[in-house]
Ligand binder design. Structure first.
Ligand SMILES: Nc1ncnc2c1ncn2[C@@H]1O[C@H](COP(=O)(O)OP(=O)(O)OP(=O)(O)O)[C@@H](O)[C@H]1O
Ligand SMILES: [Mg+2]
Length: 403
């Protein structure tokens, strides 16, 4: 797949592996040509724990996507998540020489390098360095300083980093197949590309992607990323709580959660129950609905409260005019938006990838937001660097010993 117009997004999620093949059209729109998926094994809390098994699952999902799109996949944009992902904001600055006052590309690059001159943990690598705003001689909110006159250029960046070896494991898993990795992208950043419009980013919004093993988030104010990160709790923890709390097998607990579960308390009739039929090796059971919902409620509450604590370390949450957008598989739990509103005291809604050509309704499901978002991300990157410099940049970013 050598054409710049074709892009493939791959999410190696805790619950499922998803591969989306998309085509960027000359009018700027994107067409989805095929979506492949496979159940995920060998992945826990968004990170690969069994390399061989995860690789087999990725190969299965890729083969499925190839069949659906009738194309050979050679390279992918791959999502990276997990609780090892961290971020911070930093300002870089450069002074122009006395004999020049027009800002050029090198000055912009130097400001970026200066913003990255901060120490991150030795085992970590930079994943993204996302521009927020420039300042020229103290003038705030400059979006593109190229060609402007000034003596001092400052640039505010949002920097996302994660444990180098975990990122490398994801890359290796793909390269062994063998597929090229065009770029690695933080999962919530990918999801935000299709869950939010540019206007919503401008007005300020928080995306929460609650998947099977992790809850990833990203917060925009004034069109710029201000906070991002991940919490190592997801829907699998809820299923585990149901299984332990109600003493039923995990597979039963998962089905009970998705078919009958809700986050809302006090909505059931007194004594209302769900009957689990007997099955091979399982005697059947009657479950009180309020008990089931309480288990779910407590785990989702805990996750949101942990997230709120992380977000409250800075003040940006008070500036998200468009509110909260919850995506990922857990967003399908009825009442999750209301619980988010209770905890964050901000309007919240459930969101999936906005309509895209070729996207059948089956994939307008919050579980596919990341993989579809990777396509949008790829499209934006290809507009910026059409010569496909991505791979060499990627290699230098993640080879051991190279910063
Ligand atoms: N209808 C539903 N109701 C409640 N939960 C659901 C529903 N459908 C899926 N889920 C849950 O969503 C989770 C999977 O979501 P998703 O596919 O977004 O995760 P993932 O991307 O594979 O994992 P992660 O991003 O955490 O590594 C599972 O825990 C699953 O039980
Ligand atoms: Mg996910």
């Amino acid at each position: 797949m050598a054409s710049n117009d074709l892009m493939v997004g791959l999410e190696i999620g805790t619950s499922k592996i998803c591969v989306v093949v998309g085509e960027s059209r000359t009018d700027g729109t994107t067409k989805i040509l095929g979506v492949g998926q496979a159940p995920s094994r060998g992945v826990r809390k968004g990170e690969i724990v069994d390399f061989e098994t995860a690789m087999q699952c990725v190969a299965e999902a890729v083969a499925d996507a190839e069949q659906k799109s009738d194309l050979m996949i050679k390279s992918v944009y791959v999502g990276v998540g997990g609780a090892h992902i961290q971020s911070f904001n930093n300002r870089g600055s450069v002074l122009l020489p006395d004999d020049r006052d027009e800002i050029d590309e090198q000055d912009v690059e130097d400001a970026k390098i200066s913003a990255r001159e901060v120490s991150i943990p030795a085992q970590n690598a930079f994943l993204h360095c996302i521009i927020q705003h420039y300042h020229v001689d103290g003038q705030d909110g400059v979006l593109n300083p190229l060609g402007m006159l000034g003596q001092k250029l400052e640039a505010d960046y949002h920097i996302i980093h994660g444990v180098r070896t975990r990122i490398q494991n994801t890359i290796r898993c793909v390269k062994e197949l063998p597929l090229e990795v065009e770029d690695v992208v933080f999962t919530a950043l990918a999801s935000a590309q299709v869950v939010l419009s540019q206007q919503q980013k401008n007005l300020g919004a928080l995306v929460i992607d609650m998947g099977g093993g992790t809850t990833d988030y990203i917060l925009y104010v004034d069109g710029a990323v201000k906070q991002s990160g991940a919490i190592g709790i997801g829907g699998d923890h809820i299923t585990n709580d149901i299984s332990m709390g109600l003493r039923i097998p995990m597979a039963r607990a998962e089905k009970l959660k998705t078919d009958e579960g809700s986050v809302t308390l006090g909505n059931c009739l007194p004594g209302e129950t769900v009957v689990l039929k007997d099955d091979s090796g399982f005697a059947g059971k009657e479950i009180e609905r309020e008990t089931l919902n309480t288990i779910i409620h407590l785990r989702v509450r805990e996750t949101f409260e942990l997230l709120k604590k992380q977000l409250d370390e800075e003040n940006f949450i008070n500036y998200i005019g468009e509110g909260i957008f919850i995506t990922g598989g857990c967003s399908l739990l009825p009442g999750i938006d209301h619980l988010a509103e209770d905890i964050f005291e901000i309007p919240a809604r459930v969101a999936h990838a906005q309509t895209m050509s070729g996207l059948t309704s089956a994939f307008q499901n919050p579980q596919f937001a990341t993989a579809i978002g990777l396509i949008k991300y790829a499209q934006a990157v290809q507009v910026e660097r059409p010569q496909r410099r991505g791979l060499s940049r990627l290699i230098s970013k993640f080879l051991p010993g190279i910063r």
